[in-house]
Design a protein around this ligand. Structure first.
Ligand code: F6R
Length: 254
């Protein structure tokens, strides 16, 4: 696992976008694992710019999102489907039939979770997984205490996540209580992981993830076991780290 510290959010986003671009240029049919939330927005914006400059082509790319709320239809402005389309997909040339999110409206959710896992396998697995991190160390909606071997399934959101996410809803009561999420075991099968974090409110979670013990109470700490994981943070998110880290990768991770 490698930690890279960038000066600020803009530098972090540019670096992550270039990292993903290099991967796609290397393997045009890359399978991306994508996250929602505020952290990757800058990366998506940079990727859109790179696409407009003809530096990256998504025509053969497929993508699988980490998670989706249960009970929000695709058209709901807070569904992750809507978020991905608005903030990324409609601005690039990824084929609509090649992007996937868990189905929060499925009648049989356990079955749809199994199908999601199968679909990822059909595409040959995720090549590069982008992760954000919750203030409590969650990855996707795998909250503290989640099994480190878990697969795609439905999860109850914890109180901290509900209150963190309430900023996007009119009131906290409107925040869904359940979500479908890729499991930690699913995420760990990605060939490359990049975990992004910016801002001081992520500093605790980042020091526990990078320098603490591997524990299900900090789900992100599992990335220490991944052979090709890179944590990319800005200075604020890095502010509690105690060891020396570089601002550039030691090796090319492709
Ligand atoms: C979203 C996701 C979540 C977020 C995390 C951080 O798909 O998987 O785990 O990455 O909650 O959210 P932000 O980036 O909004 O701080």
């Amino acid at each position: 696992m490698e930690v890279i510290i960038k000066e600020n959010y803009e530098e972090l986003s540019k670096f992550a976008a270039q990292f993903i671009t290099d991967q796609i240029n290397n393997k045009p049919d890359t399978v991306l694992g994508l996250a929602t939330g505020s952290t990757p927005l800058g990366t998506y914006k940079e990727l859109i710019n790179l696409h407009k400059e003809n530096k990256v082509d998504f025509s053969q790319v497929a993508s699988f999102n980490l998670d989706e709320y249960v009970g929000l239809p695709k058209e709901h402005s807070q569904s992750y489907y809507y978020f991905m389309n608005e903030n990324f997909f409609k601005h690039i040339n990824i084929k609509p039939e090649n992007w996937y999110l868990p189905d929060g409206m499925a009648k049989d959710i356990p079955q749809s979770c199994e199908e999601y896992e199968k679909k990822i396998k059909e595409y040959g697995g995720i090549d590069i997984q982008i992760l954000g991190i919750g203030g409590n160390g969650h990855i996707a909606f795998n909250e503290p205490g989640s099994s480190l071997a878990s697969r795609t399934r439905v999860k109850t959101l914890d109180e901290k996540t509900i209150s963190d996410n309430s900023r996007f809803f009119d009131s906290i009561d409107e925040v869904p209580r359940y979500a479908i999420t890729m499991g930690i075991g699913t995420i760990m099968e990605a060939k490359i992981i990049i975990l992004l974090a910016n801002g001081e409110n992520k500093a605790d979670a980042i020091v526990k993830t990078a320098e603490g013990p591997i524990t299900s109470m900090v789900p992100a700490s599992i990335v220490q076991l991944h052979p090709r994981a890179t944590i990319i943070v800005d200075k604020a998110a890095a502010s509690k780290l105690t060891r020396e880290y570089s601002s550039e990768p030691a090796k090319l991770n492709l």
